[in-house]
Design a binder for this molecule. Structure first.
Ligand SMILES: *Cc1c(COP(=O)(O)O)cnc(C)c1O
Length: 372
């Protein structure tokens, strides 16, 4: 089946009890046992499993072409669970421009627990290879990256991981399975913040891990999920599954509009640089064109006039909302450096844009008046 069909039907079935076409939300935390002690429907307690969570997990596995998925209460809880499935003393290689929350997680929460991380420029395979150690068990890829949309060759990095004893995991939040399928390119695991495009409406926090195979390592992830309990509520699962139904259409529109906005900004005299992998001049364009079907809805621009001008532009926009996050129907603008805090590597004149589903001409008009 094609991905558009999987997005609509994955994890869905007409409710056998009522005939409801849209799935019911199962709020019950506990499920009845038979007299012999068994659970006839396979559910016992909602932390362990729940029909809404199971439906979401089945859908996510299908979309990514994986064997199995585990849903979490946030993208960060998903990442955390993957790191915890490794062992103290193990070594991880992560991009030096990894999502700032993931960097903080590795440095401030996971490092004291005993996992070592090397942060490298993931777009340079020589540097990635050089960072591999005897205890390297995981190479973490995030592409396109945040906020300058660097592109990492997933097949290349997976190959480096597999030359040793490491798994390759890809944070596929920005591309989504509609634009990029890391498991097909050689990755072993995928992480998602369903908070973003999968949920798609800025109204649900969630995360997931998808495994290519349901092996011992994924069983450890499952144990951390069900024992640690960082699980999403039934309603959150329902919202994410509902969002996924329109994901293919949304990603097409986000991508088409982002390309138009990027092209406009590229030609604007007040703009110093535009970062969008769909532009031919982007250093990762060739790899992106190979491993993605479209280039996504995220872009960033560096304005002439430094931090002050960037704040001024963000203050003048009327359609864009000044807010963090991404992947909703509404367009957002963000001064990223001030969001990331003092350890940021992001240029002070950079604005990150999440292009929503408004008409691109209206978005371009808004940016034109704001840039002056
Ligand atoms: C938002 C985001 C995360 C974290 O997800 P939360 O749901 O906020 O915990 C991780 N990676 C990327 C690329 C993100 O955009």
């Amino acid at each position: 089946m094609r991905i558009e069909t999987l997005a609509v039907h994955g994890g869905h079935q007409v409710d056998p009890g009522t005939g409801a076409v849209t799935p019911p939300i199962h709020l019950s935390t506990t499920f009845a046992r038979e007299t012999d002690g068994t659970y006839p429907h396979g559910y016992s307690y909602s932390r362990t499993n729940n029909p809404n969570r199971e439906a979401l997990e089945r859908c996510l596995a299908a979309l990514e072409g994986g064997a199995v998925a585990a849903a979490f209460s946030s993208g960060s809880a998903a990442a955390m669970s993957l790191f915890q499935a490794l062992s103290p003393g193990d070594h991880v290689i992560a991009p030096n421009d990894v999502y700032h929350g993931t960097a903080r997680l590795l440095r401030e929460v996971i490092a004291p627990w005993g996992l070592q991380t090397s942060f490298v420029d993931m777009t340079d395979s020589v540097l990635v290879q050089r960072a591999v150690q005897a205890r390297t068990r995981l190479i973490w890829v995030e592409t396109p990256s945040n906020p300058v949309l660097k592109i990492t060759d997933i097949a290349r990095v997976s190959e480096i991981a597999h030359r040793g004893y490491a798994l390759c995991a890809c944070d596929n939040t920005w591309a989504t399975p509609i634009l990029q399928r890391p498991l097909d390119l050689g990755a072993d695991l995928i992480m998602h913040a369903t908070t973003k495009y999968l949920g798609g409406h800025s109204d649900v926090l969630g995360g997931a891990l998808v495994g290519k195979v349901e092996d011992d390592f994924f069983q450890r992830i499952r144990k951390i999920q069900t024992t640690g309990g960082a699980v999403p509520s039934p309603f959150e699962c329902w919202l994410a599954l509902r969002g996924i139904q329109t994901l293919p259409c949304r990603m097409r529109t986000h991508s088409e509009s982002a390309l138009q906005v990027a092209s406009f900004l590229e030609g604007h005299p007040g703009v110093e640089a535009v970062h969008y992998p769909g532009l031919k001049e982007h250093p990762g364009h060739e790899i992106a064109a190979r491993q993605m079907t479209l280039f996504g809805g995220m872009l960033s621009a560096q304005v002439k006039g430094g931090r002050e001008k960037a704040f001024d532009v963000a203050a003048r926009v009327k359609l864009f909302t000044r807010a963090t996050s991404l992947g909703g129907t509404e367009s957002l603008i963000e001064h990223r450096a001030s969001m990331e805090g003092p350890e940021t590597r992001t240029p002070e004149n950079l604005l990150r844009l999440s292009i929503g589903l408004e008409h691109p001409d209206d978005l371009i008009g808004d940016l034109a008046q704001a840039l002056g």
